[in-house]
Design a protein around this ligand. Structure first.
Ligand SMILES: *Cc1c(COP(=O)(O)O)cnc(C)c1O
Ligand code: SF4
Length: 388
């Protein structure tokens, strides 16, 4: 880890401080710091109740109410690791807003939907979403290490559903085998990295055995909320199934800690191309400077920014959603102003099932026969003459 400079420090950059401040409230044997690096320990000790949170941080009334209402309805679980990134003195802390329910979560706007991206209507067999001609999304679990309050798949995450029946995978695989046009399968959830390595390997190996599949992808937030899950054992398994890509869900530069940098280094060193996915969230990452910092920090840990998502119209997300124009402004403040690799594609996942639609600032001022007038990032105007 030496030599890695992490410029967005968590509240206390001192890991021992972060750990010991939680020790009083969770079953954390101080004498055995290795517990902290044991992902199963982190999962066993997730913070799931109002009583514990109340002991750990001063809550606002809206948070207290939110937690009470979320209990038993919308899953709340926060790993001690992720919780340790919360700035307890700051009710506006971006980590806190993502993890701790607020009362606003229970006001549902008329436009909001149970299945905002119309995934269920594009599901030929349970657990498989086939929205695009050549790729499909396979939902393998409903568990996540931490439940994001703005989750677009709220309807299905939360460990309260019966375990995935094995024959469900058989049906999904049968469908993929029968559709020769599918050349890319994205394993998602929930979070696939929540599964035991052997179980995940079984899924990946069976996909790899399908001759017409070129690439396999995994979508995950675990490297951010439970970075200790990225073990040598997991990485050794994954690297057997190349070409394998991983998209990691990041929200804020403060999530990039030495632990996360280490997890990404292990994955990148195994030759796995890493991309990022970020949801644009009010009060979390809606300032262009915050987003630029996040994107630049991602490049330092070899994660290539991939998508910036407009927050989907999932139930109870009004307090997180922003105007679409804000995302366009953010892209405008990135493109040309920083490394091209640091610029993700801003997309709106069309409500009702239209798929991802890119929305970019307009650089094309006019297009007439043979002439195109453009502006650059500094608002200077240029004419390009097309061949006859
Ligand atoms: C996002 C998504 C994909 C993958 O889209 P890419 O643009 O190829 O990353 C595939 N299927 C579904 C249903 C999706 O939502
Ligand atoms: S990690 Fe993804 S699937 Fe899980 S709660 Fe967060 S947004 Fe939802």
């Amino acid at each position: 880890m030496e030599g890695l400079s992490i410029s967005s420090e968590p509240p206390s950059s001192n890991l021992a401080d972060r750990r010991s401040s939680l020790a009083e409230y969770i079953d954390y044997p101080e004498a055995r710091p290795e517990c902290w690096y044991d992902w199963k320990w982190q999962l066993r000790n997730r913070i799931t109740s109002l009583d514990v949170i109340r002991e750990l941080i001063p809550l606002t009334r809206r948070e207290e109410e939110g937690i009470k209402r979320a209990t038993g309805r919308l899953a709340m679980a926060i790993t001690p690791y992720f919780f340790s990134l919360i700035d307890r003195a700051d009710p506006k802390c971006p980590i806190r807003k993502q993890a701790i329910p607020r009362l606003e979560e229970f006001s549902v706007a008329p436009c909001e939907m149970v299945d905002p991206c119309g995934e269920d209507s594009h599901s030929p067999v349970p657990g498989l979403v086939h929205r695009y001609p050549d790729r499909a999304l396979l939902i393998v679990t409903d568990s996540c290490a931490m439940y994001c309050r703005y989750c677009t798949r709220k309807r299905m995450v939360g460990e309260e559903h019966p375990p995935m029946p094995v024959d469900r995978l058989d049906d999904a695989l049968k469908y993929i085998r029968s559709k020769k046009s599918i050349r890319d399968v994205l394993i998602s959830g929930g979070d696939p990295l929540m599964m035991k390595t052997e179980v995940l390997e079984n899924y990946i190996a069976r996909l790899r055995a399908i001759p017409h599949l070129d690439i396999i992808r995994i979508g995950t937030r675990v490297p951010v909320t439970l970075p200790m899950r990225v073990t040598g054992e997991l990485v050794a398994m994954l690297k057997k199934y190349h070409p394998l890509y991983i998209s990691i869900h990041f929200s804020h530069p403060r999530e990039i800690t030495p632990e996360v940098a280490n997890a990404c280094a292990l994955l990148a060193n195994a030759g796995i191309p890493l991309g990022s996915q970020t949801v644009l969230l009010k009060g979390v990452n809606d300032r262009p400077a915050t987003m630029k910092k996040l994107m630049q920090e991602l490049l330092k840990i070899r994660v290539r920014p991939y998508y910036l998502y407009q927050c989907d119209m999932a139930m109870g997300t009004s307090h997180f959603r922003t105007p679409v124009s804000l995302g366009m402004n953010i892209i405008e403040e990135l493109r040309g102003h920083t490394t091209g690799y640091a610029v993700p594609t801003f997309v709106v996942d069309a409500p009702g099932g239209g798929g991802k639609i890119p929305v970019a600032p307009n650089y094309l001022l006019s297009q007439t026969k043979g002439k195109v007038v453009l502006r650059n990032y500094e608002n200077k105007i240029f004419t390009y003459t097309e061949p006859e």
